[in-house]
Design a protein around this ligand. Structure first.
Ligand code: GLA
Length: 391
């Protein structure tokens, strides 16, 4: 479904459900992660992009203390009151994203809002694809409710509010990548993030290349502990390096590959494997930035393949399906690079491709995937697009 169609549906549903026009409509896109995996919570670097699909959130203030959320795509409604805004433990757990965002927008004291709100939201980001549909929902909620309640957070602060909603309401200890990419995306450009200083820079991709997302059918669930255990291993490793290196180490951002090689012996085998992934990814993002400046997209693509190998061998956040997609991509000359995108353990691969060969690439990868797994992956060309905003 195109964005305009989604917008029309959300607005029509709002009118049907609540009567009239909503006071505000906000839009926020999903994201692809291009290079730099699991570096955000290690205060490192990432190349990502906002995509041309997202979530629309239409809302008005309520006359009373009621909060009503209508999830168009699920055909479900969730109702509560300001005093009862809290984590939804079962059933309509989708409500945790907008509710958590609202809660932290109000500083954890939603009753201070005085009035509740009514909202309808809907989107076109495929769920479970690793395209951050949840961050898109949080950022659309944040922008719409900021307008309704007159708060004045900047984009980085709104991104952090969404992240806090993930941590406390949705139960995923994510970094800031998804929310920041949705907020700072720009048409035709990548977002280069530095998560130590929370700086977000748009870098042009140049002509003649595009991204193709290939969605595996492997389950992608970050809330089930695998993500949290990877994050914990990185934090344990950073603590260890802070005791053996003669410098300040607060995060793996502070540790070089050479230092990892020299001192890894003091870590358990598994923790050492986990730690080397973000350390290598930071180096790849910095190399990638220099390559993009020179317009060397083939060499940039090679770094994407290296990134996937690191996921496969060290971080172990890949899976058979994602590996098969990357292996199939490697045999196609019009693909410059491919890697898993986002948390991992399922979801999608991000391919850097020659767009004129898109059909051939999609067909060849689908054929090989189907021969092995029996079903077909979903291949779609992605246009780096503008970030979130009010309509
Ligand atoms: C998920 C998380 C992000 C980031 C990526 C991996 O998308 O939500 O914060 O850690 O995984 O890079």
């Amino acid at each position: 479904m195109q964005n305009q169609e989604v917008y029309d549906k959300v607005v029509a549903e709002f009118a049907a459900k609540f009567g009239g026009k909503s006071e505000v409509v906000a839009y926020a896109p999903g994201r692809i992660e291009v290079l730099g995996n699991h570096t955000d919570y290690n205060e490192g670097y990432v190349f990502s992009a906002a995509i041309d699909k997202g979530t629309f959130f239409a809302a008005s203030l309520a006359d009373d203390d009621k909060v009503t959320l209508v999830a168009l795509d699920m055909g479900e409604t969730y109702e509560t009151t300001l005093a009862e805004v809290k984590k939804v433990e079962s059933g309509a757990t989708w409500a945790n994203y907008p509710l958590g965002t609202f809660n932290w927008l109000l500083g954890g004291e939603p009753t201070k809002a005085g009035k509740g709100f009514k909202a309808v939201f809907g989107g076109n980001i495929p769920l479970g694809a690793g395209l951050s549909s949840s961050a898109a929902l949080e950022m659309a909620t944040a922008l719409a409710l900021q307008k309704l309640y007159g708060t004045s957070f900047d984009r980085t602060e709104l991104a952090k509010i969404g992240q806090k909603a993930e941590h406390t309401f949705a139960g995923c200890p994510c970094g800031l990548l998804d929310q920041a990419s949705s907020m700072f995306g720009k048409a035709g450009a990548l977002v280069k993030s530095d998560f130590r200083f929370n700086t977000f820079e748009n870098v042009s991709m140049g002509e003649g290349v595009a991204f193709m997302m290939v969605k595996s059918n492997a389950k992608h669930a970050l809330v089930d502990g695998a993500y949290a255990s990877r994050r914990q291993a990185c934090e344990d490793a950073a603590k260890y390096f802070s005791t053996v290196l003669r410098k300040s180490v607060t995060h793996l951002r502070d540790v070089s590959m050479a230092e990892w090689v020299l001192y890894r012996g003091g870590l358990s085998e598994t923790t050492a494997k986990r730690a080397v992934h973000p350390i290598g990814e930071d180096e790849r993002v910095l190399q990638g930035a220099a390559l993009l400046e020179k317009g060397d997209l083939k060499a940039f693509g090679a770094l994407m393949y290296d990134s996937h190998e690191s996921s496969r061998n060290w971080f172990e956040n890949s899976c058979e399906e994602l590996d098969a997609i990357v292996d199939a991509a490697k045999a196609i000359p019009e693909v410059y690079g491919a890697r898993l995108s986002g948390g991992g353990f399922g979801g999608s691969c991000c391919l850097l491709v020659d767009p004129t060969a898109a059909d051939k690439i999609a067909e060849q990868i689908s054929r090989e995937y189907k021969a092995r797994f029996g079903d077909e992956p979903v291949c779609s060309l992605i246009k780096p697009s503008d970030g979130a905003g009010l309509i």
